[in-house]
Design a protein around this ligand. Structure first.
Ligand code: ZN
Length: 196
């Protein structure tokens, strides 16, 4: 690696402590990022491979060349079948999915909370998790709304990039808005819209 000869150890590191390991591999340790310092300190050391200035230099180069790994749509990158995700608009109060579209707003059938903007998060989630361009039908299925017109109004009110006309109309989210969702969704990867 970069002309430096050091021993390489395989370790799987989870960035979030919300991740759970159902069955860990036999020959590789699985740890959380917070345990890295302790893990390293406990490794057997035979000899020093790098001097302190070399280590500082290497650390600096790692930081400078770091690129965050992030691809859309996330389901594709993570190998998740979008069919396994819970659909529907989430209630901001009781957090259940399936708010119902009523005149001018959304209403939760469980706690009766109303929010006229409740669909916004769900539409963003569709772009983050499922696809690059959304049709009216994709949106109707995801928001659990049957009226074509209602969904057209919702999508046109969301500052999306619109291509095509009539039935061929597609909506895209601009890259900047999409990137803005990054931290939120990476942290919630294992809990967002999952059935378990
Ligand atoms: Zn509710």
């Amino acid at each position: 690696m970069r002309g430096i000869d050091v021993p390489v150890i395989d370790v799987i590191v989870f960035s979030s402590t919300k991740s759970k390991v159902m069955k860990s591999p036999d020959h590789t340790d699985v740890i959380y990022a917070t345990s890295i310092p302790v893990y390293l300190r406990n490794l057997e050391r035979e000899k020093a491979y790098l001097s302190i200035p070399q280590m500082d230099d290497l650390a600096q180069r790692f930081v400078e060349e770091h690129k965050s790994y992030f691809t859309y749509p996330m389901c594709q990158g993570w190998g998740i079948d979008p069919k396994d995700l819970i659909t529907g608009v989430q209630c901001g109060k009781c957090e259940r999915f399936g708010m119902v579209k009523i005149k001018r707003t959304w209403q939760c059938p469980i706690c009766s909370h109303r929010d006229s903007d409740a669909h916004i998060a769900a539409v963003k989630e569709w772009f983050v998790l499922i696809g690059v361009q959304m049709s009216n039908s994709d949106c109707r299925k995801f928001l659990q709304v049957s009226q074509h017109q209602t969904v057209t109004r919702i999508l046109k009110g969301m500052n999306l990039i619109i291509t095509g006309k009539g039935k061929a109309t597609k909506y895209k989210m601009n890259k900047k808005t999409l990137s803005g969702q990054k931290n939120f969704y990476v942290d919630r990867k294992n809990s967002i819209r999952s059935q378990t």
